[in-house]
Design a binder for this molecule. Sequence first.
Ligand SMILES: Nc1nc2c(ncn2[C@@H]2O[C@H](COP(=O)(O)OP(=O)(O)OP(=O)(O)O)[C@@H](O)[C@H]2O)c(=O)[nH]1
Ligand SMILES: [Mg+2]
Length: 305
Amino acid sequence: MSEHDDASADGERTFRCGYVAIVGRPNVGKSTLLNRLVGQKLSITSRRPQTTRHRILGVLTRPDAQLLFLDTPGYQTRTGGALNRVLNRTAQQVAQDADVVVMVCDATSWTRADEQLAGLLPDDRPVLLAVNKVDAVRDKAKLLPLVEHASKVRAFDEIVPISARSGRQVELLVDLCVARLPEGERVHADDDLTDRGERFLASELIREKLFRLLGDELPYASTVVIERFEELPKLRRVFATVLVERDAQKAIVLGASGERIKRIATEARIDLERLLGMPVYLELFVKVRSGWADDEQSLRAYGYE
Ligand SMILES: Nc1nc2c(ncn2[C@@H]2O[C@H](COP(=O)(O)OP(=O)(O)OP(=O)(O)O)[C@@H](O)[C@H]2O)c(=O)[nH]1
Ligand SMILES: [Mg+2]
């Protein structure tokens, strides 16, 4: 009997580690799920579709496994424009590189975009379907037709109804992922939450407040650039700019006598302080820079892979 067999006989479990891609059409709750999985707000969320624009890693370490979750931008079927092309590329690449794929859909509606994405996902690795937002479905019997239909579209390994908002069945989803991960040592320290730096997290939290406080008024083509990020022993000083495409949009972001930008800055600062666990000083500016979202070169300059 080898040493390995001895260990199994003693009931010692093998350690598993691998990548789990979270994919789905816009607005189904992928980022809310990532945050629920890691217990921190790493990935920004909002009611508006296409909130996520970058691949975001969230690390969950358990006694038996380390899961490397990758949140992705929502997959767009109505493509057009350089930004959408880059976002779709990110979603597909992440699915190709993962050990397990979790496709998220919305329990209240299955659309053509879900259908297309299900067909695009790789055939050579486990794909689980998480039917999210079940808290919004009062009569759970209404879930059955969706589950039946989805299982005809693709032979999913598992179909799990969950609520990322309440946490319902999220543990079960994690267990199902762990069972499908390869054996291997952890690649991150136990207390690592992500590979993204403080600078990036700061710009994302500001972008979230823009999405949330401007609602439908927010110009789709707006982004945040961190101009300066100072790391003092017990303080972060952040100077950031919101880039918009036109003067009229600048006025919208500023709000009457600058009230809106002030509120955006305050709310972003509070979230950032919570995430970093220290006081933050944040100054926010607005600038007009036209055409950035149509130009792949400036997209790269602003951090879109
Ligand atoms: N009722 C309910 N709403 C949810 C749940 N999960 C997410 N939502 C809401 O759905 C909206 C979209 O959530 P996100 O997590 O930003 O969705 P996403 O899939 O990451 O969206 P994109 O990044 O735009 O592709 C937000 O308003 C969330 O609060 C859930 O379990 N139940
Ligand atoms: Mg998202």
